[in-house]
Design a protein. Structure first.
Length: 236
């Protein structure tokens, strides 16, 4: 039975929900993020506030929450020509993928996470990738995750489990999962403190949280929150 986990924790809605999932399941949980020159690098500050709030608001989870790791991955920004690493408009490419796709990002993230997990004695790597709302990103597919789990386990001679709690659910269900894990307190924490907006907007406050309200990440979060809110309304 697995007892330890490393969560890829960006400070956004999805990774915060995954962190709550891990804290509910495992005895020791560490977190990891990457600074790769992302336009929305405000997430790196937001994630620290999320960790602080989780420790303060969820006393049963606080003792399980162990070390946090942030790695400098500037080279990824240097080799990427995407709207997440350059000041360019969001659009679809000729390949059929959105230009928010950063080639190799999740593959690098998982490889480095496995190296840290190896050193720290952590058995499970938890990531918030998802096929349902994944915008066509090939490195978010279930097949990719299974291939990475096999490659990392073979390459490091250590059996890793890559866990993807959000793989088969949409954004409304992600809100529902957060609610089931931590109640309204966790939903409120996600609204107030997490960051998902691709433009790094922390000025505009919406019912679903902070963001520009127009980028693909905001549109997805807003739509999911509306569906979630409708589903939990008490019948009159």
């Amino acid at each position: 039975m697995h007892t330890t986990a490393l969560v890829l924790f960006s400070g956004g809605q999805d990774s915060t929900t995954c962190l709550a999932h891990a804290l509910q399941r495992y005895e020791r949980v560490e977190t990891m993020a990457f600074d790769y020159g992302q336009r929305h690098r405000v997430e790196l500050q937001a994630r620290l506030k999320v960790l602080e709030e989780i420790r303060a608001r969820f006393p049963a989870w606080a003792p399980k929450l162990d070390q946090d790791h942030v790695l400098d991955l500037a080279v990824l920004g240097e080799v990427s020509e995407t709207s997440l690493t350059r000041d360019t408009a969001f659009k679809m490419e000729a390949s059929g993928l959105p230009n928010t796709f950063v080639p190799g990002r999740n593959l690098l993230f998982l490889t480095l996470a496995a190296a840290v997990a190896y050193r720290r004695g952590l058995e499970v790597i938890v990531t918030g990738v998802c096929e349902t709302d994944f915008s066509g990103y090939p490195d978010c597919r279930d097949d990719t995750m299974k291939a990475m789990q096999l490659a990392l386990s073979l390459g490091m001679d250590k059996r890793f489990l890559i866990e993807t709690p959000l793989m088969w659910i949409d954004k409304a269900d992600t809100w529902r999962m957060a609610h089931s894990l931590g109640g309204q307190a966790l939903v409120d924490l996600i609204i107030e403190h997490t960051h998902t907006c691709y433009l790094g907007d922390r000025e505009h406050r919406h019912a679903w949280g902070y963001g520009c309200g127009t980028c693909p990440a905001c549109a997805l979060r807003e739509r999911g929150f509306a569906l979630f809110s409708e589903s939990i309304k008490t019948p009159s």
